[in-house]
Ligand binder design. Structure first.
Ligand SMILES: C[S@@+](CC[C@H](N)C(=O)[O-])C[C@H]1O[C@@H](n2cnc3c(N)ncnc32)[C@H](O)[C@@H]1O
Length: 195
């Protein structure tokens, strides 16, 4: 993770405190403000490698915690992992059969960057939409959803799509996000199943 995020002070702090990446602090900030995850919740983490969100989630709930990523995730006590592309339509069904009731879906998934900003943003937003579809497929009514997004052309459209499925939708910019980044999180609570 060092090469992607840079070995800045947040990275060094994360390593010192035993987190696998500085991304942990973003989820901690969001949890402190929005109380997204409760102590009995079963939680799915999309784009979970190397696993710092999984470390935070494991400490918040006694429920099942499942992380999915294209890359393998080094073992973590009490955490199940799956090497898979969560946009594959077969995966939500597999997840439901492993986990049963799903209370919370979080997604910090991001595509590998090409360096072309508008192209990368469009791909990142498409992945966010895929995470929303996944969440709508597996969440129980009343469930919660957190997704990474990017402020840009498609952002308001994505926010509107999220509002169609959740009673409460907020946006949150983390203090741990790099200056100049358009990264923003959408925090959606209280899923309404309209299928
Ligand atoms: C920023 S990292 C996630 C960091 C993670 N939240 C943590 O705390 O360690 C983004 C991850 O999304 C994963 N990813 C991107 N597209 C994916 C897909 N379609 N299915 C599964 N994982 C995906 C990448 O492999 C990468 O590991």
């Amino acid at each position: 993770m060092g090469s992607q995020w840079g070995r800045d002070s947040a990275y060094i702090r994360a390593m010192h405190e035993g987190y696998r990446s500085r991304a942990a602090y973003k989820l901690i900030e969001i949890q402190n403000r929005y109380h997204l995850i409760r102590e009995q919740d079963n939680v799915i983490d999309l784009g979970a490698a190397p696993g710092s969100w999984l470390q935070v989630i494991r400490a918040l709930t006694r429920g099942t915690v499942l992380g999915i990523d294209l890359s393998p995730i080094a073992p973590l006590d009490g955490v199940q992992t799956m090497v898979a592309d969560f946009t594959d339509p077969a995966i939500p069904g597999q997840v439901r059969s492993v986990v049963g009731t799903v209370n919370v879906v979080v997604s910090d998934a991001a595509p590998r960057l090409s360096g072309h900003k508008s192209y990368d943003q469009a791909r990142a937003m498409a992945l966010g939409e895929d995470a929303l579809s996944f969440a709508c497929n597996v969440l129980k009514p009343g469930g919660n959803f957190l997704v990474k997004a990017f402020q840009g052309e498609d952002f308001n459209h994505f926010l509107g799509d999220t509002r169609d499925h959740f009673l409460s939708v907020r946006t949150f910019r983390s203090r741990a996000t790099r200056k100049g980044s358009s990264e923003i999180y959408i925090v959606a609570k209280n899923f309404v199943d309209i299928r």
